[in-house]
Design a protein around this ligand. Structure first.
Ligand code: SF4
Length: 240
């Protein structure tokens, strides 16, 4: 039996890995699934964590999607239900989380290639995620330890970890540190990207130029915005 921890290098799964080590729990390998669209702070933390793990003779593995994220978002030919085709799946998130589907499929395939116990970093207060059915080899140590999301962030920070970029810690301006282009980001998070992380705001604008679908189309109930450019107008007006 091998023991694997899945680590996105966000606060919860990072706290889980650090605690697994601290508690001397069986741990052979830590796996990071790189969508290709992670914040730089995530890559930095993976680099730092890999060094720490390798010093303890714990294997590190990076998995990637078979088709690069942007290739799938803009270029591949997609068959439509009523016949016809178009290029790319566009934004990922909301009802069309094609990147998450890839991620789960690839991580499960990796785990199931030999007998494995897989630690997953779901926090004790993520009740909806905890309630979901999952394969029996997946374990939730943070739930067993009663570690909430807040506890995980505090534990990571206390242990000397941060997600610094552009003069801010990503966890001070974002609710979740997921892909920078994630359609699930709310208006407050997008405002903070515009304000504090202009490099990623430019990337979002570039993403928007490559698809006719507005980033926030499905969240448009009575809200006068949809595309990244419409959002930018709103944020600029707020500043004046
Ligand atoms: S974080 Fe968002 S963009 Fe990234 S894979 Fe998940 S749903 Fe898609």
């Amino acid at each position: 039996m091998r023991y694997i921890a899945m680590c996105s290098n966000g606060k919860d799964s990072l706290a889980m890995v650090l605690l697994l080590i601290e508690k001397n729990a069986p741990l052979d390998e830590v796996v990071f699934y790189d969508t290709g669209m992670e914040f730089e702070a995530i890559y930095k933390n993976w680099h730092k964590l890999s060094k720490l793990l390798n010093n303890k003779i714990i294997k590190t593995t990076t998995l990637k999607p078979p088709i690069p994220f942007e290739e799938k978002a803009f270029n591949i030919v997609v068959n439509e239900r009523g016949g016809g085709t178009h290029h790319g799946y566009s934004w990922c998130g909301g009802r069309c989380r094609w990147g998450t589907t890839d991620k789960l499929r690839i991580m499960d395939k990796y785990c199931e290639s030999e007998p494995t116990t897989c630690y997953v970093g779901i926090a004790a207060d993520e009740t909806k995620r905890i309630a979901k059915e999952r394969k029996p080899y997946k374990k939730l140590p943070l739930v067993d330890w009663n570690m909430t999301e807040k506890d995980c962030l505090n534990y990571c920070r206390k242990s000397g970890w941060s997600w610094q970029e552009g003069g801010v810690d990503l966890y001070d301006v974002l609710d979740r540190v997921s892909c920078w282009c994630c359609r699930n980001k709310n208006k407050k998070e997008l405002r903070n990207i515009y304000k504090y992380l202009p490099k990623y705001w430019d990337k979002l604008k570039d993403f928007q130029t490559k698809t006719s679908i507005p980033m926030k189309k499905f969240y448009n109930n009575k809200v006068q915005y949809g595309s990244v450019f419409e959002l930018e107008k709103i944020f600029r007006n707020e500043e004046n």
